[in-house]
Structure formats: C-alpha cells, structure tokens
Design a protein around this ligand. Structure first.
Ligand code: AMO
Length: 439
C-alpha cells in the first residue's frame, strides 16, 4: 500500500482533548486504528492514541469517496492521521465524534496480530509479553506505566526536596556487593567482572563527599527462583545519608511512601480507576515490630521459625494479613544481614537494621552501616568474603567515612502495591527472568 507522508501535519489535539465543548472545531489527530465498523450507509473508525480514543464517523453522504476507499483498506493498529471537524453527538462514546475531511495512512500493521488490542480477547502473560509493544497499547497496561512514570517523578521530587543529590554509580563491578544474591559474570576484556547487584558500597562512600545521595537504577541478580516478585533485572531506589542512623532513614522512607502515594492518587486518579484500584494513604508512623516480636506473632499463628532463620514467604503473607498497612520489622539477627550492616553496640548478635513490608511483599531493606574499616573487614571475614577484593572501597574508609545509614527500595514492588498487580512482570516494561531475555 502506498503510504502518506506526515508532511506539514501536526497534532492539534490528543483524543482526550476532543470534547463536546469544542463542537465545530477543525482538529488534527494521530493514532492507531482500534477498529473499523461498516454499517452500510455509515462507517465508524475508532482511533486510539496515548490519551484515549475517539470515534471517527463517516456517513457516506458527508465524506469523500477517497476517504471511504482508504478506510476500507485499514487494518487494526495501522497508523493514521485525521483532519476533521468535531461534532457533539450524545450517542457517541464521550458524547463526541470526528467527521473527517482528510485522512493519512502513515503505516500499516500486519494482520492478524498476535494479541487483541481492544482487550476483549484476553491473552496469557507470556503471549502478551512476547507482543509487549501491542500489549502496552491496551489502556489498562498503559495506565500501569503512567503510574510508573508518575511514581518515579514523585520519588525524585521528594528526595530532591529533602536535599538529596542524585548519583549514577557503575553497573560493571569487580566484586559482589550483596553477599547472598548470585552474580552475573560479564566478559570484561581479560578481567573478571560482574553486573552490579546494588549500588551499596558506592552510595556509602559517596556520603563522604555528597552527604545525602540517591540513585534510581537497574540492578542485576542471578536469582534462580521463578517467583511473581523477583526479576533478574530490577529497579531499585537507593538512598544513603551521612551522620544518620537506621531510625533517621526509616523516617525518610515513611515520608517518601506517603508522599508518592499521595502524588499518584492525585495525578493518576483516572488510571487507578481503570485499574480498579483503591489505595489509601497509609497512616504514619508505620508500625514497627522487632524480628523477635515477628517470630512471636507468627508462632501464635502456627509458624515455627527458629531464631536466626529468615521469614518465609508464607510468614510474610500472614503478617501482611495482620498488618493491613506498611510496617517495619527491625533489629534483624546479624547472620541474616549483609556484612555492611552495623551490629548493635550492646547486643552484637542483632543489627541496627530494618525491612519495610506492605501486604505480602518486602518492599525495602536498610540499616545503619559500619563506618570503620576494621569492623567492616571483621564482618567480611565472618561472611567468608575476601577483604582484598574490596579495595579500594576499604581504602576509602580510611579517608574519613562519616557514620551513615540508608536503604534500598524495590521500585516495581511498590508499583505492584499501587496498581494492585500480582506479578512483577505486569509492572515491568520488558522483564528479564530466567526464561525471558527477549523482547
Ligand atoms: P535487598 O537485597 O533487600 O537490599 O534489596 C532491596 C530491595 O530491592 C528489591 N529487590 C528485588 N526486586 C525485584 N527482583 C529482585 N530480584 C529483587 N531483589 C531485591 C526488594 C528489596 O527489599 N543494598 C541493600 C539495601 C540497603 O541496605 O541499602 C539491598 O540490596 O524490594
């Protein structure tokens, strides 16, 4: 098919801006063909753009033959531009339609397509993810990523407002940063290298120059487990603050969560409605229970968890039912936390650390950090890590490291809570898991 040129046409309105109030106005819209219906004397075309959809009505008596001929050839998801007049029409969706005077076919889409973009015929997640770019045009899915966008913006706004400096740390590293999680090796010339699991040591040393830093970035973990809340590439929001302890940064986290939920509620009301999601701004202060108290509560619920064992998913689910708002679990055993978390002075078998959970998910973890080189080396050895591998970080700890604290927040998990999605892949544009490296 011969395609039209964009030429001098430029959009005057998104579909959502076409309302009965602008009856009679000449507009130019661009978008994708959602569907075409031919009722004999009249043709209808639904044009969809990022902001919504508009009915284009073509009574045979009112529009040119050329337009009717062009529309006849149109398949779903083809890319078009329409110049036309707005007409208030109570029977049309949203009470408004467009009568075209000219139409441009800018590209065609093949037919049939792997998924139905009207959303009427549901497809399984795998099929959807394979055809992700089509899937993202379905309003519900687009809505998730409008919340994604709004939440990222809100996080930045909040942290910058609190005096944090945004930093970007390397993603190709010589060593592990998180003891427990597995590493992805990278072929880095003749050297051994790995993808960063977190910005941990970088954000820590940066507090000795910038004091309050944050980073929003992707990190990589070779998790073997195939769950609905783990990915091999995930987005982490990290902060680190000089001259602060766990309590201080828990307060920041609490304020950040409240501020992001407020902002999303305010700016994404339509999206949340489309997602059928009602979310309340959580009350502050968030509940804080110790690890020991969590074990006790769980024991009463029939969970036998030995001291020093991590909380299994089922236990987190149970706690999520008991506390219907976000809550902190503090004072974790030293053996459960990474080497950089500071043991309590008076009780070194526990650490000045916390996890933030909401519903069934662990959203964030953090704590007060060790800021002396000697103790850090001691803890590395205890966790069978070779301190020599951590040069020059350890050297930097000799150049005046302030006491500091911070946390890492799994952005997609927060997004799952906000959008009500049960699978992290739903809130990730192009997810990476053990079985998925494309698209
Ligand atoms: P942690 O390993 O607990 O802590 O990670 C922090 C948060 O990141 C999210 N997360 C993940 N999300 C999706 N897929 C994954 N595979 C995945 N792994 C982690 C979780 C988790 O709570 N450096 C410390 C943080 C700190 O102390 O500052 C860290 O990485 O929501």
């Amino acid at each position: 098919m011969l395609l039209d040129d964009l030429g001098s046409w430029r959009r005057t309105h998104y579909t959502s801006q076409i309302t009965p109030e602008i009856d009679g106005k000449e507009v130019v819209v661009f978008g994708w063909v959602l569907e075409v219906r031919d009722l004999g004397g009249i043709k209808f075309l639904i044009l969809r753009d990022r902001e919504g959809a508009i009915q284009v009505t073509m009574p045979k008596k009112l529009v040119s033959k050329e337009i009717l001929k062009k529309v006849k050839k149109l398949k779903r998801e083809s890319v078009i531009g329409i110049k036309g007049k707005v007409r208030a029409m109570p029977t049309a969706p949203r009470g408004v339609e467009l009568i075209p005077s000219e139409i441009k076919i800018l590209n065609v889409a093949k037919s049939p397509l792997p998924i139905d973009t009207t959303g009427r015929v549901p497809a399984d997640l795998d099929t959807r993810l394979n055809a992700r770019i089509l899937d993202l045009r379905i309003p519900k899915n687009l809505a998730i990523f409008k919340v994604h966008h709004t939440a990222l913006n809100a996080i930045r706004k909040f942290l910058i407002g609190e005096g944090f400096m945004e930093v970007v740390t390397p993603k190709i590293l010589a060593t592990a940063t998180e003891g427990g999680a597995a590493l992805f090796p990278v072929a880095y010339f003749e050297k051994e290298a790995f993808l960063a699991q977190s910005p941990q040591l970088y954000k820590e040393v940066l507090t000795s120059a910038f004091e309050k830093v944050f980073e929003i970035a992707q990190f990589y973990r070779a998790e073997e487990s195939d769950t609905t809340y783990h990915l091999n590439e995930f987005i982490s929001v990290d902060i680190e603050v000089a001259f602060a302890d766990a309590k201080d940064v828990m307060d920041v986290l609490e304020r950040l969560i409240v501020s992001v939920i407020k902002e999303v509620k305010k700016r994404c009301a339509a999206e949340l409605k489309l997602l059928n999601r009602k979310i309340e701004v959580p009350r502050t202060p968030f509940k804080r229970i110790t690890y020991d108290e969590a074990l006790e509560i769980l024991r009463e619920q029939g969970f036998e968890i030995n001291w020093g064992e991590d909380l299994p998913t089922a236990a987190n689910r149970k706690l999520g039912e008991i506390f219907d708002e976000p809550y902190f679990i503090v004072d974790w055993p030293r053996i459960l936390k990474p080497f950089y978390i500071k043991p309590k002075e008076d009780k070194p078998e526990i650490t000045d650390s916390f996890d933030l959970n909401w519903s069934w998910l662990e959203l964030a973890s953090g704590g007060t950090r060790i800021h002396t080189k000697e103790l850090l080396i001691e803890r590395m050895k205890e966790q069978n890590l070779n301190p020599e591998k951590f040069e020059p970080f350890l050297t930097y700890f000799e150049y005046g490291m302030p006491p500091h604290a911070g946390w890492g927040l799994g952005f997609q998990r927060l997004l799952m809570i906000m959008t009500g999605m049960r699978n992290i892949r739903e809130v990730t544009l192009f997810p990476r898991d053990k079985n998925r490296l494309v698209p």
